[in-house]
Design a protein around this ligand. Structure first.
Ligand SMILES: NC(=O)c1ccc[n+]([C@@H]2O[C@H](COP(=O)([O-])OP(=O)(O)OC[C@H]3O[C@@H](n4cnc5c(N)ncnc54)[C@H](OP(=O)(O)O)[C@@H]3O)[C@@H](O)[C@H]2O)c1
Length: 334
């Protein structure tokens, strides 16, 4: 019988592997208009933590229910079909769940995937999947970087952050990444290519560290964290700054910290804008094409951490949330 990872209890505070349970389920029947996919890669996305808490749910997604499979972006292959657009053998990207086998009807961010032969399949769950698309849309469409801009990125060593840093650098910007540990900061400058990395471990006073790293101020802030990090960055903006609100991970497992100093946005004529990557679906093929060509030329590199087998999914997700993993966190089911 195929296995799924259920939400065993709503996490409170930091998520733990015990919040999940791997169970066997019967193979579903396939009604007319539906198809089955065998999942090959899970994309582990920090944003889904938001919808795991008790009482979660908003205008974007409903909250996750106990003893139901945990929602996820996946890449799978059609193994049985009663849907005209999804023949057996078709590769599929979809938002479904941590399941070995998923029953789909083609809705909910589901689309057939034409993977290039010269690029590894897991790339389509990282740089060429929602992560890379989010990084590109957030930085280029929303942030509108200009050559010479000082770009600060929070959670810079994560999936979105490693790609944003490389894209900003390629756009001629000076890049400053914020991470947890000294070890991660060193990896960020030596491997990922950030100009400067600030770690909470070595430089707990972010205000001071930013003043040293960007003495003339910040032109663009790509924020994955929110809360006090956002408040601090807002004190060091340059005129015409752009603040791209991509995520707010500091509040997914803790109390919301209010953002207080909006006067800074006024005097600096700054623009702060939130976005959801899924609103730009018509742009996905063009963005993927750009990212594919950057991967091929080596202008862009994927940093990922791979876990093998569905039973590793709870640990992988917790590692990603706590910062124990680097780059994009994937579970490979092949
Ligand atoms: N708007 C959209 O359409 C969209 C789409 C995808 C993702 N997102 C958002 O993008 C952000 C990154 O997502 P991702 O999937 O790429 O995750 P990720 O960055 O790969 O992983 C999360 C990282 O955040 C850092 N972190 C965790 N708790 C933190 C805290 N309290 N303060 C500061 N840093 C913390 C950790 O790295 P350290 O070791 O450095 O602490 C951790 O590894 C999330 O906020 C997510 O919700 C938004």
């Amino acid at each position: 019988m195929p296995r799924v990872v259920n939400l065993a209890r709503h996490p409170t505070g930091a998520v733990t592997p015990e919040d999940f349970e791997v169970v066997e389920v019967p193979l579903p029947d396939v009604p007319e208009g539906w198809f089955l996919i065998k999942n090959r890669v899970f994309s582990l996305d920090a944003g889904f933590r938001q919808w795991m808490s008790a009482g979660a749910g908003d205008n974007y997604l409903t909250g996750m229910q106990l003893n139901e499979p945990v929602q996820s972006i996946v890449l799978g292959e059609v193994i049985e079909s009663r849907h005209p657009d999804y023949a057996v053998g078709t590769l599929v990207n979809a938002r479904t769940a941590w399941e070995e086998i998923s029953l789909l009807d083609g809705s909910d961010l589901c689309s057939p995937l034409v993977a290039a032969n010269d690029l590894a399949l897991p790339e389509y769950m990282s740089t060429l999947g929602p992560t890379g698309i989010t990084a590109w849309l957030g930085l280029i469409r929303v942030g509108q970087p200009k050559s010479g801009d000082v770009v600060v990125v929070s959670a810079a060593g994560g999936a979105v952050g490693t790609i944003v840093g490389q894209l900003a650098k390629a756009a001629g910007c000076r890049t400053v990444g914020l991470v947890s540990t000294t070890e991660k900061a060193q990896w960020l400058t030596e491997e990922v290519g950030y100009d400067v990395a600030i770690s909470r471990e070595a430089q707990p006073d972010l205000d001071r560290a930013l003043a040293e790293a960007a003495p003339d101020g910040i032109d663009l802030f790509f924020d994955n964290v929110g809360g006090s990090v956002l408040n601090t960055v807002m004190q060091q903006l340059r005129e015409g700054a752009r603040l791209v609100l991509c995520g707010a991970i500091s509040q997914y497992e803790a109390e919301v910290e209010p953002v207080t100093n909006t006067w800074e946005l006024i005097t600096k004529r700054a623009r702060m804008e939130g976005f959801m990557f899924s609103d730009y679906a018509e742009e996905f093929p063009a963005v993927i094409q750009i990212l594919e060509s950057q991967l091929r030329t080596g202008a862009l590199k994927t940093f990922d951490q791979r876990y093998q087998g569905i039973e590793q999914t709870p640990v992988a997700f917790c590692d990603m949330m706590s910062g124990a993993s680097k780059g994009k966190c994937l579970v490979i089911l092949d």
